[in-house]
Design a protein. Structure first.
Length: 258
């Protein structure tokens, strides 16, 4: 299947938890292979729920999520495992992805990748081989984030789902991580869905943006348009809450982090 034929199609996605309003409701968007879509909004807006549903971590959903023409809700057994493997979630909480009882090397070998490929991927994400013998708690937040990204790429995922990738990182570390993700997306032709409360970080990485409030997508469109001319009142409020960027060229966006 060519890149032109592949896409992520989310249609009227609704997730309901017992005794509460829908965590997300009637969320729809399309993403062609190799593109990047950002979801921004305040805490509790439903962003992570959308990401987890796409990753196949929430079984009971309304609507549909299709990747490469396969509807996740219609798959079972080996087909379901293959589909889930191809869409890797990099969680905000790294303890959910890295076993604290085993070394980084052992965690990466669980992907089934040969040692040579593990070493090459560690180098690609800017981590030395010495890190392979260390435990997750001995690494910094930025280093653990790079390990989680490496793990996702080692299973040959072509849809990368990133939950608050720069959360709790200082400005220089966040800028370095955004540069890495930008380069990896180009090198591996990755499709990305990125969740963040930080509109500037998402704009630096994503082609299009969706803005969520109270479980609903209130605005979506090209990143440059939303950054320059937000239409929804809530989007304008988000824009006013962060330092303004006067242009969206790569260099100027990176400067906002540096």
């Amino acid at each position: 299947m060519s890149n032109e034929q592949r896409r992520l199609a989310v249609r009227n996605l609704t997730v309901r938890y017992a005794g509460a309003r829908p965590a997300c409701e009637n969320v729809s968007f399309d993403l062609v292979a190799g593109a990047s879509f950002g979801i921004v909004g305040e805490s509790g807006a439903g962003k992570t729920t959308v990401l987890r549903a796409i990753a196949g971590q929430i079984c009971s959903i309304e609507g549909s999520i299709a990747w490469n023409g396969e509807n996740l809700s219609g798959l079972r057994g080996r087909s379901l495992r293959r589909a889930v493997r191809s869409r890797q979630l990099v969680p905000q909480d790294h303890t959910l992805a890295l076993n604290p009882r085993i070394s980084i090397g052992a965690s990466l070998r669980e992907t089934g990748a040969p040692p040579q490929r593990v070493h090459a991927m560690m180098k690609r994400v800017g981590m030395g081989d010495v890190s392979l013998v260390r435990r997750p708690h001995t690494l910094s937040g930025g280093q653990r984030q790079r390990i989680c990204i490496a793990r996702a790429l080692l299973v040959e995922s072509d849809l990368l789902l990133l939950d608050e990738p720069t959360s709790s990182l200082d400005a220089s570390v966040a800028a370095s991580l955004l540069h890495l993700l930008h380069d990896l997306r180009t090198q591996y032709q990755l499709t990305m869905v990125v969740v963040s409360h930080d509109l500037d970080a998402i704009t630096a990485l994503c082609d299009t943006i969706g803005v969520m409030k109270n479980g609903r997508m209130v605005e979506q469109g090209q990143a440059e348009r939303i950054l320059r001319h937000p239409e929804h009142t809530y989007t304008r409020q988000l824009m006013e809450a962060v330092p303004r960027i006067t242009a969206v060229t790569d260099r100027q966006v990176w400067n906002a982090w540096e």
